[in-house]
Design a binder for this molecule. Structure first.
Ligand code: FE2
Length: 267
Protein backbone atom coordinates (compact mmCIF):
# COMPACT_ATOMS: atom_id res chain seq x y z
CA UNK A 1 0.00 0.00 0.00
CA UNK A 2 1.38 3.40 -0.87
CA UNK A 3 2.18 6.02 1.76
CA UNK A 4 -0.89 8.16 1.03
CA UNK A 5 -3.29 5.22 1.45
CA UNK A 6 -1.49 4.22 4.62
CA UNK A 7 -1.87 7.74 5.98
CA UNK A 8 -5.61 7.74 5.26
CA UNK A 9 -6.02 4.30 6.81
CA UNK A 10 -4.31 5.46 10.01
CA UNK A 11 -6.34 8.67 10.07
CA UNK A 12 -9.81 7.35 9.18
CA UNK A 13 -9.88 3.63 10.02
CA UNK A 14 -11.29 2.85 6.59
CA UNK A 15 -10.29 3.03 2.94
CA UNK A 16 -12.52 3.15 -0.12
CA UNK A 17 -10.72 1.72 -3.14
CA UNK A 18 -12.65 2.04 -6.44
CA UNK A 19 -12.22 -0.40 -9.34
CA UNK A 20 -10.72 -3.14 -7.19
CA UNK A 21 -12.90 -5.93 -8.64
CA UNK A 22 -13.61 -6.04 -12.37
CA UNK A 23 -17.16 -6.06 -13.69
CA UNK A 24 -17.02 -9.66 -14.92
CA UNK A 25 -16.00 -10.90 -11.48
CA UNK A 26 -18.76 -8.87 -9.81
CA UNK A 27 -21.24 -10.47 -12.20
CA UNK A 28 -19.89 -13.97 -11.56
CA UNK A 29 -20.18 -13.56 -7.79
CA UNK A 30 -23.71 -12.16 -8.06
CA UNK A 31 -24.79 -14.96 -10.39
CA UNK A 32 -23.44 -17.53 -7.96
CA UNK A 33 -25.25 -15.96 -5.00
CA UNK A 34 -28.48 -15.91 -7.00
CA UNK A 35 -27.94 -19.55 -7.97
CA UNK A 36 -27.40 -20.50 -4.32
CA UNK A 37 -30.67 -18.78 -3.41
CA UNK A 38 -32.53 -20.50 -6.25
CA UNK A 39 -31.21 -23.90 -5.14
CA UNK A 40 -31.81 -23.36 -1.45
CA UNK A 41 -34.65 -25.35 0.09
CA UNK A 42 -35.37 -23.62 3.38
CA UNK A 43 -35.34 -25.81 6.48
CA UNK A 44 -35.52 -23.03 9.09
CA UNK A 45 -38.38 -20.64 8.35
CA UNK A 46 -40.08 -17.60 9.86
CA UNK A 47 -37.13 -17.34 12.18
CA UNK A 48 -38.23 -14.04 13.72
CA UNK A 49 -41.84 -14.78 14.56
CA UNK A 50 -41.77 -16.66 17.88
CA UNK A 51 -39.44 -17.19 20.80
CA UNK A 52 -38.99 -20.86 20.06
CA UNK A 53 -38.16 -20.06 16.48
CA UNK A 54 -35.79 -17.32 17.60
CA UNK A 55 -33.95 -19.91 19.64
CA UNK A 56 -33.82 -22.21 16.63
CA UNK A 57 -32.58 -19.28 14.62
CA UNK A 58 -29.86 -18.63 17.22
CA UNK A 59 -28.72 -22.23 16.93
CA UNK A 60 -28.79 -21.96 13.15
CA UNK A 61 -26.63 -18.84 13.40
CA UNK A 62 -24.23 -20.33 15.95
CA UNK A 63 -23.70 -23.39 13.77
CA UNK A 64 -23.18 -21.40 10.57
CA UNK A 65 -19.46 -20.67 10.97
CA UNK A 66 -18.43 -23.61 8.80
CA UNK A 67 -21.49 -23.76 6.57
CA UNK A 68 -23.31 -22.00 3.76
CA UNK A 69 -26.37 -20.81 5.70
CA UNK A 70 -29.20 -18.51 4.66
CA UNK A 71 -30.56 -15.74 6.89
CA UNK A 72 -33.93 -14.17 6.24
CA UNK A 73 -34.79 -10.52 6.13
CA UNK A 74 -36.98 -9.75 9.10
CA UNK A 75 -39.63 -8.18 6.88
CA UNK A 76 -39.64 -11.14 4.51
CA UNK A 77 -39.96 -13.57 7.44
CA UNK A 78 -42.89 -11.65 8.88
CA UNK A 79 -44.71 -11.97 5.57
CA UNK A 80 -44.71 -8.28 4.67
CA UNK A 81 -42.94 -8.88 1.40
CA UNK A 82 -43.43 -11.62 -1.12
CA UNK A 83 -39.93 -11.13 -2.44
CA UNK A 84 -38.35 -13.63 -4.81
CA UNK A 85 -35.24 -13.36 -2.67
CA UNK A 86 -36.27 -13.09 0.98
CA UNK A 87 -32.72 -13.32 2.33
CA UNK A 88 -30.64 -10.80 4.20
CA UNK A 89 -27.39 -12.70 3.80
CA UNK A 90 -25.56 -15.97 3.25
CA UNK A 91 -22.78 -16.92 5.68
CA UNK A 92 -20.33 -17.72 6.98
CA UNK A 93 -18.05 -20.11 5.07
CA UNK A 94 -18.49 -19.28 1.40
CA UNK A 95 -14.75 -18.58 1.43
CA UNK A 96 -13.90 -22.24 2.00
CA UNK A 97 -16.91 -24.19 0.72
CA UNK A 98 -18.21 -22.52 -2.40
CA UNK A 99 -16.45 -23.26 -5.72
CA UNK A 100 -16.96 -19.69 -6.97
CA UNK A 101 -16.53 -17.69 -3.78
CA UNK A 102 -13.55 -19.67 -2.45
CA UNK A 103 -11.06 -18.82 -5.20
CA UNK A 104 -12.10 -15.16 -5.18
CA UNK A 105 -11.91 -14.98 -1.39
CA UNK A 106 -8.50 -16.60 -1.25
CA UNK A 107 -6.85 -14.33 -3.80
CA UNK A 108 -3.29 -13.60 -2.78
CA UNK A 109 -3.90 -9.89 -3.44
CA UNK A 110 -6.32 -9.84 -0.49
CA UNK A 111 -3.82 -11.55 1.76
CA UNK A 112 -1.04 -9.17 0.80
CA UNK A 113 -3.27 -6.19 1.40
CA UNK A 114 -4.18 -7.41 4.88
CA UNK A 115 -0.54 -8.16 5.61
CA UNK A 116 0.34 -4.61 4.62
CA UNK A 117 -2.11 -3.39 7.29
CA UNK A 118 0.02 -5.09 9.92
CA UNK A 119 -1.46 -8.58 10.32
CA UNK A 120 1.61 -10.80 10.59
CA UNK A 121 -0.22 -14.09 9.94
CA UNK A 122 -3.56 -13.16 8.34
CA UNK A 123 -6.27 -15.80 8.61
CA UNK A 124 -9.50 -15.50 6.64
CA UNK A 125 -12.11 -16.60 9.18
CA UNK A 126 -15.51 -15.48 7.90
CA UNK A 127 -17.40 -14.55 4.74
CA UNK A 128 -20.82 -13.04 4.13
CA UNK A 129 -22.85 -12.34 1.03
CA UNK A 130 -25.11 -9.40 1.86
CA UNK A 131 -28.17 -8.83 -0.34
CA UNK A 132 -29.73 -5.63 1.05
CA UNK A 133 -32.59 -6.33 -1.35
CA UNK A 134 -34.82 -3.64 -2.81
CA UNK A 135 -37.60 -2.47 -0.46
CA UNK A 136 -36.98 -5.07 2.30
CA UNK A 137 -33.24 -4.77 2.98
CA UNK A 138 -32.92 -4.28 6.74
CA UNK A 139 -30.74 -1.82 8.60
CA UNK A 140 -27.58 -2.78 10.49
CA UNK A 141 -27.19 -0.94 13.76
CA UNK A 142 -23.96 0.80 14.70
CA UNK A 143 -21.22 -1.63 15.69
CA UNK A 144 -17.52 -2.42 15.63
CA UNK A 145 -16.53 -5.66 13.90
CA UNK A 146 -14.17 -6.55 16.77
CA UNK A 147 -17.32 -7.02 18.87
CA UNK A 148 -17.98 -10.19 16.91
CA UNK A 149 -14.47 -11.44 16.08
CA UNK A 150 -12.30 -10.84 19.13
CA UNK A 151 -8.59 -11.50 19.54
CA UNK A 152 -5.89 -10.31 21.97
CA UNK A 153 -4.55 -7.96 20.82
CA UNK A 154 -7.46 -6.90 18.61
CA UNK A 155 -6.72 -7.67 14.98
CA UNK A 156 -9.86 -8.08 12.87
CA UNK A 157 -9.94 -6.33 9.50
CA UNK A 158 -12.86 -6.36 7.06
CA UNK A 159 -12.72 -6.35 3.26
CA UNK A 160 -16.09 -5.35 1.85
CA UNK A 161 -16.73 -5.54 -1.88
CA UNK A 162 -19.54 -3.62 -3.55
CA UNK A 163 -20.98 -5.93 -6.22
CA UNK A 164 -23.64 -3.33 -7.04
CA UNK A 165 -23.54 0.43 -6.57
CA UNK A 166 -24.02 1.29 -2.90
CA UNK A 167 -25.61 4.71 -2.46
CA UNK A 168 -27.28 6.69 0.30
CA UNK A 169 -30.63 5.74 -1.29
CA UNK A 170 -30.10 1.98 -1.19
CA UNK A 171 -28.46 1.73 2.22
CA UNK A 172 -24.71 2.23 1.89
CA UNK A 173 -22.54 1.96 4.99
CA UNK A 174 -21.87 5.00 7.15
CA UNK A 175 -18.73 5.31 9.28
CA UNK A 176 -17.17 7.57 11.89
CA UNK A 177 -13.80 8.75 10.53
CA UNK A 178 -11.11 8.22 13.16
CA UNK A 179 -13.55 6.28 15.35
CA UNK A 180 -11.18 3.29 15.29
CA UNK A 181 -9.01 5.14 17.82
CA UNK A 182 -11.76 4.77 20.44
CA UNK A 183 -12.25 1.73 22.68
CA UNK A 184 -14.06 -1.49 21.92
CA UNK A 185 -17.53 -0.98 23.43
CA UNK A 186 -19.03 -4.46 23.42
CA UNK A 187 -18.14 -8.09 22.97
CA UNK A 188 -20.54 -10.70 21.61
CA UNK A 189 -19.79 -14.12 23.06
CA UNK A 190 -21.17 -17.58 23.56
CA UNK A 191 -22.82 -17.84 26.95
CA UNK A 192 -21.63 -20.72 29.16
CA UNK A 193 -25.17 -22.10 29.44
CA UNK A 194 -25.85 -21.87 25.69
CA UNK A 195 -26.95 -19.05 23.44
CA UNK A 196 -25.09 -15.78 23.34
CA UNK A 197 -24.41 -12.76 25.50
CA UNK A 198 -23.34 -9.18 24.78
CA UNK A 199 -20.73 -7.99 27.30
CA UNK A 200 -20.45 -4.23 27.82
CA UNK A 201 -16.76 -3.35 27.94
CA UNK A 202 -16.75 0.44 27.71
CA UNK A 203 -19.58 2.96 28.00
CA UNK A 204 -17.91 5.65 25.87
CA UNK A 205 -20.79 6.89 23.70
CA UNK A 206 -20.65 7.39 19.96
CA UNK A 207 -21.63 10.78 18.58
CA UNK A 208 -25.40 10.54 17.95
CA UNK A 209 -25.76 7.96 15.20
CA UNK A 210 -27.24 9.76 12.21
CA UNK A 211 -26.93 10.15 8.46
CA UNK A 212 -25.12 13.42 9.08
CA UNK A 213 -21.70 14.69 10.21
CA UNK A 214 -19.50 13.54 11.82
CA UNK A 215 -20.69 10.29 10.20
CA UNK A 216 -19.84 9.90 6.52
CA UNK A 217 -21.53 7.77 3.85
CA UNK A 218 -19.29 5.15 2.25
CA UNK A 219 -20.89 5.31 -1.17
CA UNK A 220 -19.25 2.79 -3.46
CA UNK A 221 -19.62 1.95 -7.13
CA UNK A 222 -19.79 -1.72 -8.06
CA UNK A 223 -16.24 -3.11 -7.97
CA UNK A 224 -15.15 -0.88 -5.09
CA UNK A 225 -13.44 -2.43 -2.08
CA UNK A 226 -13.90 -0.89 1.34
CA UNK A 227 -11.38 -1.76 4.03
CA UNK A 228 -12.67 -1.51 7.59
CA UNK A 229 -10.62 -1.41 10.79
CA UNK A 230 -12.05 -3.75 13.43
CA UNK A 231 -12.68 -0.86 15.85
CA UNK A 232 -14.32 1.46 13.32
CA UNK A 233 -17.94 2.26 14.26
CA UNK A 234 -20.19 1.78 11.24
CA UNK A 235 -23.84 1.16 10.39
CA UNK A 236 -26.18 1.04 7.43
CA UNK A 237 -29.79 2.06 6.89
CA UNK A 238 -32.63 -0.02 5.54
CA UNK A 239 -33.03 -0.17 1.79
CA UNK A 240 -36.43 1.24 0.83
CA UNK A 241 -35.35 1.93 -2.74
CA UNK A 242 -36.15 -0.13 -5.82
CA UNK A 243 -32.48 -1.11 -6.27
CA UNK A 244 -30.70 -3.91 -4.42
CA UNK A 245 -27.27 -3.37 -2.88
CA UNK A 246 -25.39 -6.67 -3.10
CA UNK A 247 -22.02 -6.87 -1.38
CA UNK A 248 -19.55 -9.53 -0.27
CA UNK A 249 -17.52 -9.24 2.92
CA UNK A 250 -14.47 -11.06 4.25
CA UNK A 251 -13.02 -10.85 7.73
CA UNK A 252 -9.42 -11.55 8.63
CA UNK A 253 -7.74 -11.88 12.01
CA UNK A 254 -4.06 -12.22 12.87
CA UNK A 255 -3.06 -15.72 13.90
CA UNK A 256 -0.18 -14.08 15.75
CA UNK A 257 -2.88 -12.78 18.13
CA UNK A 258 -4.81 -15.01 20.53
CA UNK A 259 -8.27 -16.08 19.38
CA UNK A 260 -10.84 -15.55 22.14
CA UNK A 261 -12.30 -18.92 22.94
CA UNK A 262 -15.90 -17.88 23.52
CA UNK A 263 -16.24 -16.01 20.22
CA UNK A 264 -19.46 -17.10 18.51
CA UNK A 265 -17.31 -18.34 15.60
CA UNK A 266 -15.43 -21.52 16.40
CA UNK A 267 -12.08 -22.18 14.75
FE1 FE2 B 1 -19.63 -4.63 10.30
Amino acid sequence: MDAELERRWERDGFLVVPDFVDAATCATLKDQANALVAAHAPTTVSVFSTNEQTRTSDDYFLESGDKISFFYEEEAASGKAGAANPFNKIGHALHTLDPVFAPFSQRSAHLELVRSLGLARPALVQSMYIFKNAFIGGDVSCHQDATFLHTTPLSVVGLWFALEDATIENGCMWALPGGHRGPLRKRFARAPAGGTVMHILDETPYPPVATAAPWVPLEAKAGTMVLLHGLLPHFSCANRSARSRHAYALHYVDDAAEWTRDNWLRR
